[in-house]
Design a binder for this molecule. Structure first.
Ligand SMILES: [Zn+2]
Ligand SMILES: [Zn+2]
Length: 193
């Protein structure tokens, strides 16, 4: 199974299954890309550092302008003397909601024998989503996820040792393993917490 290249943000978990990739991360990334590509669909009055820079650098300027204009107006120098208030980032909140939906869907799918056996054999989840799944799954199914995490960790440790030997010999390249470890530890790139 490979994830479909043209996943929609509402794609079911089953379409995001792929060897070596956390399906929850994949779906969050697709959702986040949609937000950045079409920000008018996800109204925001407050954004975090990561999403402000994504809006500045990657969104269509014609959509970014009105959002920045309204946020500039809101943030107003006039309130510069009032205490700093921290508003949650609207897009992080939307991303969290999407994540929760996909985690629940994953948990429902685990009741299906086909899904569960594919996941047990070939599946990958990142540490962050693995822990979240373990919390919401019944014990037998949580155990499947624990085993996936343990196998994944073991495999990455092995690859890292091999990489270490090559690096010490001065070999270049093969650094993909570092990216895989980062993904395992903190989810795919750009998935904010
Ligand atoms: Zn993940
Ligand atoms: Zn954010």
């Amino acid at each position: 199974m490979k994830p479909q290249a043209d996943l929609s943000p509402e794609a079911p978990v089953i379409q995001a299954l792929a060897r070596g990739v956390c399906p929850i991360c994949t779906l969050m990334r697709v959702f986040q890309n949609t937000v950045i590509e079409a920000p008018h669909r996800f109204p925001a009055t407050s954004v975090c550092n990561f999403h402000a820079w994504a809006l500045a650098g990657s969104s269509p300027a014609v959509e970014a302008v009105p959002i920045f204009r309204s946020m500039l107006g809101d943030s107003a120098v006039k309130s510069a003397t009032s205490p700093v208030e921290l508003h949650p980032c609207d897009w992080c909140v939307a991303l969290r909601e999407h994540e929760d939906e996909k985690l629940s869907e994953f948990a429902r799918e685990m009741k299906r024998e086909n899904f569960r056996s594919w996941i047990a054999q070939y599946g990958t989840v990142c540490l962050f989503h693995g822990r979240k799944l373990i919390k919401i799954l019944p014990e037998a199914e949580a155990e499947v996820v624990r085993r996936i995490l343990a196998n994944n960790q073991e495999e990455l440790e092995k690859q890292l040792s091999e990489f270490d030997v090559r690096v010490r010999k001065g070999e270049k390249g093969g650094g993909g393993v570092l990216g895989h470890i980062a993904e395992f530890l903190v989810s795919q790139r750009g998935i904010t917490r």
